[in-house]
Design a protein around this ligand. Sequence first.
Ligand SMILES: Nc1ncnc2c1ncn2[C@@H]1O[C@H](COP(=O)(O)OP(=O)(O)OP(=O)(O)O)[C@@H](O)[C@H]1O
Length: 264
Amino acid sequence: MSVRLAVEKLGVGYRGDGRETEVLKDVSFELGAGERLAIIGESGSGKSTLALAIAGLLPATARVDGSIRWPELGRLPANGRDLGFVFQDPSSSFNPVLTIGEQIAEVARAHLGLGWRQAYARAEMLLGRVRLPDPSSMLKAFPHQLSGGQRQRVAIAEAIAARPGLLIADEATSALDTIVQAEIVRLIEELTAEDGMSLLFISHDIALASQIADHIAVFRNGRLVEIGKAGQIVGAPREAYTKSLLAAHMGLDTPSLLAPEGAA
Ligand SMILES: Nc1ncnc2c1ncn2[C@@H]1O[C@H](COP(=O)(O)OP(=O)(O)OP(=O)(O)O)[C@@H](O)[C@H]1O
């Protein structure tokens, strides 16, 4: 499997008020083509900062050490084209006065060089792929007319509109109820498999992460404390911190969400 993304000794510090807060320290991992890696850890552990660093979206004032390389591309990625981003709040990526069709078509037009008619047709096809009912009517809808789950499906359609090699989903299902959450996780899994996309699935929920990811990376206080196959992390974690995350889940939630020991 070729390496799509290589993060090496990444360190990030946010600067402000004459001081710096170190948020990521010495983070290294690789993501293969078509691989699905979950980044888990509690609030403030640096998960979103990692995603922003990979997408080149950190504030200009941030200190960044180490390297983020894209061996297959051999150049810096273009956002929207080479990587798609789905956030917790899909509204943050929508323009409220443009229709759903216009927003998705614009991504296809800008990054794939399509004319409007073709881009609009691609938008309709993508709305079908993310299983929205009646895609041709949905093209004409505005974001506020949709439910939270529908908006997240549209955000996914927009994120994959230019066939990116990497999809980053940052707490993309956290605001949804558990049934819709499971549907969206299944959808992301299907789309990434069909398109050969790599996935960075950022979540504080180790059970959810184990449903979708083939590998899991556990973060704590800006450090990568453990990384391995999902079955190993869930079934035979090495680090006490990972064990405590699992124990917290087992105490609060249903254990049936977890993959059996040894499963990949
Ligand atoms: N732009 C910023 N300027 C200064 N500090 C920041 C900035 N963004 C994040 N931080 C701080 O960096 C730390 C890591 O934040 P980050 O959002 O990366 O963590 P996270 O694991 O994604 O948390 P959550 O799950 O709550 O989103 C936090 O202490 C946060 O307050």
